[in-house]
Design a protein around this ligand. Structure first.
Ligand code: PLP
Length: 388
C-alpha cells in the first residue's frame, strides 16, 4: 500500500531543510539568493525522471491535473474522442469532459484493465487519444494497446496514478506510451499529500506542460522571473517546495515500499487455499505493484458473503466493492448528463465489466505488516472461504 505508511523523519528533515537552508522559500521559482539556490520541486522532478527512466518529468498539483495538462499538451481539443476504460477512478473521465472532449469508455477484461479488443472496436476517425489505466497496480496490456495505437496513428497517455513502481516487461509503468501521469495523493505508492507528475520523452510535450502549468513561463535563464519570456497563456498548477521536499524523501523509499508489497502479497497468494476464487490476470506478474490482491467468485452472492464475513473479522476491502461507485462508469449518472452517448444508456453499458466487478473483491496489501498479522490475515481469509 502507500507511502503514507512510511512517512516519518526523512520527510520531516527534508521539510526542515527548506527553513534551515532556504529561509522558508516555498515557491518553486525565483528568490534565488534567499533560497540559497535550492529548488526542491526541480530536484524532485529530476530524480523522478531518472527513477522512471524518462527524459522529462513535470510536477503539478494532482494526478487529475497531470491528466488535464498532458491531454492539452497532446493536442486534445473539444469534440475529440478520447478512449478510456469502464473501471477507473472518476478523474480519468472527469478530465476528458472538463476539456470538452468526448469520453469513449470501453469494457475491461480479466486484467481489470482496458480490453484491447474493445479498444479496437471503439476507434473512429474522431479518436485523438487512448488512455489505458493501470488499475490497482497491474499494468494494462500495453503491447496490444500500443500496436493498435500505432496501426491507427493515435497517441497513448498512460494513467499510472495507481501504478507508480509497477513495471511492464522491464519498463516503468507510465513510460511505455507517449506520456504517463502519476498521482501523489495520500493513498498512492508515494505521496506528497496532494500532487501529480507527468513523464515523457517528447521535448515538445514536456515544454508545453512546463509552460502551461506555470502561466506560460518559459523559465528563461537569461531573465529574472519578472522579465521571463512567454509564447502562450497557461494556468497555475504548480507544486510547492514542501511537496517537492516530501516527494524526494518518499521517492527514496519507493523500492522499499514495492518490495514489501510484493513480499506481503506473495505470502497471501501462497497461503490462501481455495478452489472458489480466481485471481486477477496479471499482464506482467514480476512487474505487478502488488499493493492490492484482487480475486473473483463465480457468483455475486459469494463475493458479497465474503465481504460481509471479512468485515466481521475486522478487515476492509480496497475499492472493490467499498468504493465501486467512484470506480465503475456504470454508476456515473452524475457525469453523463454532459455526455449524450451515455446520457440514457449508462445503466446498461459495460455489462462485461459489471459482471466481473460485482463478482470481485480487492484486498489492500500493507507495507508495514508483521509476520504474525500476515499469518492471522491468511487464516481469516481461508476460514471465510471455507464458509462460502
Ligand atoms: C486511476 C486514477 N486516475 C487519476 C487519479 C487522480 O489523482 P489525484 O487524486 O492525484 O487527482 C486517481 C486518484 O485516485 C486514480 O486512481
Amino acid at each position: 500500500m502507500p507511502g503514507y505508511e512510511l512517512i516519518g523523519k526523512e520527510e520531516q528533515d527534508q521539510l526542515m531543510d527548506i527553513f534551515n537552508t532556504s529561509n522558508g522559500v516555498l515557491f518553486p521559482h525565483g528568490f534565488d539568493a534567499l533560497r540559497n539556490n535550492r529548488y526542491r520541486v526541480r530536484e524532485f522532478e529530476k530524480k523522478f525522471a531518472e527513477k522512471t527512466g524518462s527524459k522529462y518529468a513535470q510536477a503539478v498539483t494532482s494526478g487529475t491535473i497531470a491528466q488535464v495538462v498532458a491531454m492539452l499538451a497532446m493536442g486534445v481539443k473539444p469534440g475529440d474522442e478520447v478512449i478510456t476504460q469502464a473501471f477507473t477512478f472518476v478523474a480519468t473521465v472527469e478530465t476528458i469532459i472538463a476539456i470538452g472532449a468526448i469520453p469513449v469508455i470501453v469494457d475491461v477484461d480479466e486484467t481489470y484493465n482496458m480490453d484491447p479488443i474493445e479498444l479496437e472496436k471503439a476507434i473512429t476517425p474522431k479518436t485523438k487519444l487512448i488512455v489505458p489505466v493501470h488499475m490497482l497496480g497491474n499494468t494494462a496490456a500495453m503491447d496490444e494497446i500500443m500496436a493498435i495505437a500505432q496501426k491507427n496513428n493515435i497517441a497513448v497517455l498512460e494513467d499510472s496514478c495507481e501504478a507508480l513502481g509497477a513495471s511492464y516487461k522491464g519498463q516503468f509503468a507510465g513510460t511505455v506510451g507517449h506520456v504517463g501521469v502519476y498521482s501523489l495523493d495520500f493513498g498512492k505508492t508515494i505521496t506528497t499529500g496532494e500532487g501529480g507528475m507527468i513523464v515523457t520523452n517528447d521535448e515538445n510535450i514536456y515544454k508545453f506542460c512546463k509552460e502551461y502549468h506555470d502561466h506560460g513561463h518559459e523559465s528563461n535563464p537569461a531573465f529574472p522571473r519578472g522579465r521571463d519570456t512567454r509564447t502562450m497563456a497557461g494556468m497555475n498548477y504548480r507544486m510547492n517546495e514542501m511537496q517537492g521536499a516530501v516527494g524526494m524523501a518518499q521517492l527514496e523509499k519507493l523500492e522499499t515500499i514495492v518490495n514489501a508489497n510484493r513480499a506481503n502479497k506473495a505470502y497471501l497468494v501462497n497461503n490462501i487455499h481455495s478452489e472458489k476464487i480466481k485471481y486477477r490476470v496479471l499482464t506482467d506478474a514480476d512487474g505487478d505493484l502488488s499493493d492490492t490482491l484482487i480475486f473473483n467468485f463465480k457468483l455475486q452472492e459469494e463475493a458479497l458473503k465474503f465481504v460481509d464475513l471479512y468485515k466481521q473479522a475486522g478487515y476492509g476491502t480496497k475499492n472493490i466493492p467499498d468504493a465501486i461507485d467512484w470506480h465503475f462508469a456504470g454508476t456515473w449518472n452524475h457525469m453523463f448528463n454532459e455526455v449524450p452517448a451515455y446520457k440514457n444508456s449508462w445503466k446498461t453499458e459495460w455489462q462485461k465489466s459489471a459482471d466481473l466487478l460485482y463478482r470481485s473483491v480487492a484486498l489492500p496489501i500493507n507495507v508495514k505488516t508483521t509476520p504474525e498479522a500476515l499469518a492471522q490475515h491468511v487464516d481469516a481469509i481461508n476460514k471465510i472461504l471455507e464458509q462460502i
